[in-house]
Design a protein around this ligand. Structure first.
Ligand code: GDD
Ligand code: MN
Length: 361
C-alpha cells in the first residue's frame, strides 16, 4: 500500500472515550483523501493506547505510538510527525475540541501553495473559542498570544493553536531545532523554522470538551515562557538550564528562610544542615515537576530518585556546611553570605549530577 497523502497526528493522554468518536469524525471529514491517523499516547492509565490498537487491528489507516517513561504534548506531536511518510502532516487534539471538518480545507490551501503552514485559528474572522474556555483561561490565553506575537517573525493571529498542517518535509527539516517541550508545538515550529514561514489561517470554533479533562497546568505556562526565552536567546539559555536556575534561586530563598528560623534554637552548623535538607527536598520536588516534567519520576521511581538525590547531595551538603562554617569561623562573611555561598555550592552540584543520576535525561 502506498503511503497516504495526509497523516493526522493525534496526541492523547487519558482520552480513551474520545478515540473511537475521533476516528469516526475523521472518516466522515476526509472522504476522497488518502489519510492515516497516528494516535501518540504517553502510556495513559485509562488505556487510551489499547483502545487505539483495538481500532488499528481492524483498520490499517489507524496507527498507535505508545511511549513509556515520557510525557509531553509537543514531543508527542513531533514523534507522530516523524513517524509519517505522507506528503502532509496535521496535528489535532484527541479530545474533539478541534474541528476536523477543517482538515480538507487546510490540505487544499497547502496543495494550492497558499502557505507553508495551514493553521486552524480561533482569532480570524469567523473563528471562535466558544464555551471551551473559562474567563480565566481566556485571559491567560490572550496574554500568551500577545506575548508570543511579540517574538514571532510573521504575524499570526492564533500562534497558540494546536491545530495545524504542513508539508512533512518541512516538519522534518525543522524537527532537529525544536525544543519539543511544553504544549505549544506550533509556536515552537514557527520560532524554530529559521526563516519566515508563510501561514494561512482558517477560522474554526474551539469546541467545549465532552469527555476527560484538560492537562493544562502551571508547568505548561512555565514551559511556554521558557520556550520564548530559549528561542529569543538563540539557544544560549536552554529550557533545562533556565528551569534549573529558577528552581535553584527558589532553593536559595527557601534555604535562607529556614536558616534564619533555625538559627534561633540551633547553632550555626546544625541550622545550616536543617536548611540544606529542606531546600534540597524543595529543589527535588520542583525539579521533578518543572525541570524534568518530561521525564517526571512517579511512584516507586520517585522515592528511588529522592534517595539517590539525597545520597549524591549528601556530599554537596557536607561541602556546603564545610564552606559556610569555615567562612563563619574565620569571620570572613556574615551568616547570610556564608549560608548563600554554601547553598550555591549545593545547587551547582545538584545541577551537575541530577541530569545523569537522578532523572537520566
Ligand atoms: N501524548 C500526550 N502527552 N498527549 C497529551 C499530553 C501529553 O503529555 N498532554 C496533553 N495531551 C493531549 C490531550 O490528551 C489532548 O488530546 C491534547 O493533547 C490537548 O490537551 P488538552 O489538555 O485538552 O489541552 P487544552 O484543551 O487545554 O489546549 C489545547 O487546545 C488549544 C487550542 O487549540 C492545546 O492543544 C493547545 O495547545 C491549543 O492551543
Ligand atoms: Mn483540550
Amino acid at each position: 500500500m502506498p503511503s497516504p497523502e495526509l497523516t493526522v497526528v493525534i496526541p492523547c493522554y487519558n482520552e480513551a472515550p474520545n478515540v473511537a468518536p475521533m476516528v469516526e469524525r475523521l472518516e466522515a471529514a476526509l472522504g476522497g483523501i488518502a489519510w492515516e491517523a497516528i494516535f501518540v499516547d504517553d502510556n495513559s492509565p485509562d488505556g487510551t493506547a489499547q483502545v487505539a490498537r483495538g481500532i488499528a487491528a481492524r483498520d490499517p489507516r489507524i496507527r498507535c505510538i505508545r511511549r513509556v517513561g515520557r510525557r509531553g504534548l509537543s514531543s508527542a506531536c513531533v514523534e507522530g510527525m516523524l513517524a509519517s511518510s505522507a506528503s502532509y502532516v496535521a496535528v489535532i487534539d484527541g479530545d474533539l475540541q478541534h474541528d476536523e471538518t477543517l482538515l480538507p480545507r487546510m490540505l487544499a490551501a497547502l496543495r494550492a501553495g497558499e502557505g507553508d503552514v495551514a493553521i486552524g485559528s480561533r482569532h480570524v474572522a469567523g473563528g471562535e473559542a466558544a464555551e471551551g474556555f473559562s474567563s480565566l483561561r481566556r485571559r491567560i490565553s490572550d496574554g500568551g498570544t500577545t506575548l508570543a506575537q511579540f517574538f514571532l517573525p510573521v504575524p499570526v493571529a492564533d500562534p497558540m493553536s494546536g491545530f495545524f498542517m504542513l508539508p512533512r518535509p518541512l516538519a522534518e527539516e525543522i524537527a532537529p531545532r525544536l525544543t519539543g517541550r511544553g504544549f505549544k508545538i506550533l509556536l515552537d515550529l514557527l520560532l524554530s523554522a529559521g526563516r519566515k514561514l508563510r501561514v494561512v489561517e482558517l477560522p474554526y470554533t474551539f469546541r467545549p470538551r465532552q469527555a476527560g479533562e484538560s492537562k493544562l497546568d502551571a508547568t505548561v505556562l512555565l514551559d511556554f515562557l521558557a520556550l520564548l526565552l530559549d528561542k529569543w536567546s538563540h539557544g544560549l539559555l536552554p529550557l533545562r538550564f533556565l528551569a534549573f536556575a529558577a528552581v535553584g534561586a527558589i532553593g536559595i530563598v527557601v534555604h535562607l528562610a529556614v536558616l534564619s528560623l533555625a538559627l534561633g534554637p540551633l547553632p550555626f552548623a546544625q541550622a545550616q544542615w536543617v536548611a540544606s535538607l529542606v531546600a534540597m527536598t524543595a529543589n527535588f520536588v520542583l525539579n521533578n515537576r518543572i525541570t524534568y516534567s518530561d521525564v517526571r519520576l512517579r511512584g516507586a521511581a520517585l522515592w528511588r530518585g529522592l534517595a539517590v538525590f539525597y545520597l549524591v547531595c549528601g556530599v554537596g551538603v557536607a561541602a556546603n556546611v564545610g564552606v559556610a562554617d569555615l567562612l563563619m569561623r574565620d569571620e570572613l562573611a556574615s551568616w547570610g553570605l556564608a549560608g548563600a555561598a554554601g547553598a550555591l555550592l549545593t545547587v551547582v552540584w545538584n545541577y551537575a549530577v541530577s541530569a545523569t543520576l537522578v532523572w537520566r535525561a
